[in-house]
Design a protein around this ligand. Structure first.
Ligand code: CP
Length: 292
């Protein structure tokens, strides 16, 4: 059984298979008769539902748990938790957590672990959605950076996985944000200073929510300043190229990263992303089961 915790151990051929499967948008019922546990220790609308539906379509029976209802509260260690799942025939653990202990899961051999949003480290199936959407919209092209991420890249796992996936495919990504919201590792990034620079260099942008739940005690966001400098408005959209694609992984905070007047613009493509949600989770299940 493989893991899909991030793209660290995924070779290029498998990456292309994952993207191809995510782009196929076709659901073929199969009966592979296995068990998966969806363990979500943080809230989710899209990811949990689409993993559950993807599993149903593949004939995988799912169960749900979380730290709140498990024996974690009573001091259980991770090894014993995972041994319990394996002993009960759980083949795949789909995990959403606020923790950053991703490496602790790589060692488990008899269960495939899929990140459904891991701390601020990874959200690989969201990256598959985003990059597949870019391919479908023909935005992976000759521009310097196929996509520029706008906003709170420092705390965003969507950004970390998107960046990792695009790097492995040979692309750099752009970033346009406040200097306090830049990640520590900036090696593979093109950092832009204005909307004009962004539009010159990328035909797609991805807006990111300010990840309030991941701000440290010593980190403060001046929201007025943030909105003033980085909120996407109808006026800014009016200055962009006609074929700009605006992505957002959701949930969207209207009034912060995007204004109320801009959200209905035809350049906003979150529905295109949503159409890839179930296929990306089908691809993830197939990947961990060594089927693609
Ligand atoms: N994009 C995303 O992960 O959405 P949810 O938090 O609703 O799962």
């Amino acid at each position: 059984m493989r893991h899909l915790l991030d793209f660290q151990d995924v070779n290029k051929n498998h990456l292309e298979n994952l993207i191809e499967k995510t782009r196929s948008l076709e659901f073929k019922s199969e009966n592979i008769d296995s068990l998966a546990l969806l363990k979500f220790d943080e809230p989710s609308t899209r990811t949990r539902l689409s993993f559950a539906i993807a599993a149903e379509k593949l004939g995988i029976k799912t169960f749900e748990s979380s730290d709140v209802i498990s024996a974690k509260q009573k001091g259980e260690i991770l090894k014993h938790e995972i041994e319990t799942y394996i002993s009960m025939g759980i083949e795949i653990l789909v995990l959403r957590t606020k923790k950053n202990n991703i490496d602790d899961y790589r060692e488990f051999k008899d269960i495939g672990v899929v990140s459904a949003g891991f701390g601020n480290k990874s959200h690989p199936t969201q990256a598959l959605i985003d990059i597949s959407t870019l391919f479908s919209l023909n935005k992976i092209n000759e521009k310097l950076t196929p996509i520029t991420y706008i906003g709170d890249v420092k705390h965003s796992r969507v950004f970390e996985s998107g960046r990792q996936l695009l790097n492995l495919l040979g692309f750099k990504v752009g970033v346009f944000t406040d200097k306090n919201l830049l990640p520590e590792n900036k090696n593979d990034l093109e950092i832009y200073e204005s909307w004009d620079e962004v539009f010159e260099s990328s035909n797609a942008i991805e807006l990111l929510r300010v990840q309030k739940e991941r701000l440290q005690d010593n980190e403060e966001i001046n929201f007025d300043e943030y909105i003033n400098n980085y909120q996407l408005t109808q006026e800014i959209l009016g200055k962009s190229q006609s074929d700009l694609a605006v992505l957002h992984p959701m949930p969207i905070n209207i009034g912060i990263e995007i204004s109320k007047d801009a959200i209905e613009d035809r350049k906003i493509k979150y529905k295109d992303q949503l159409s890839h949600a179930i296929p990306s989770r089908i691809a993830a299940f197939k990947y961990v089961r060594d089927e693609i």
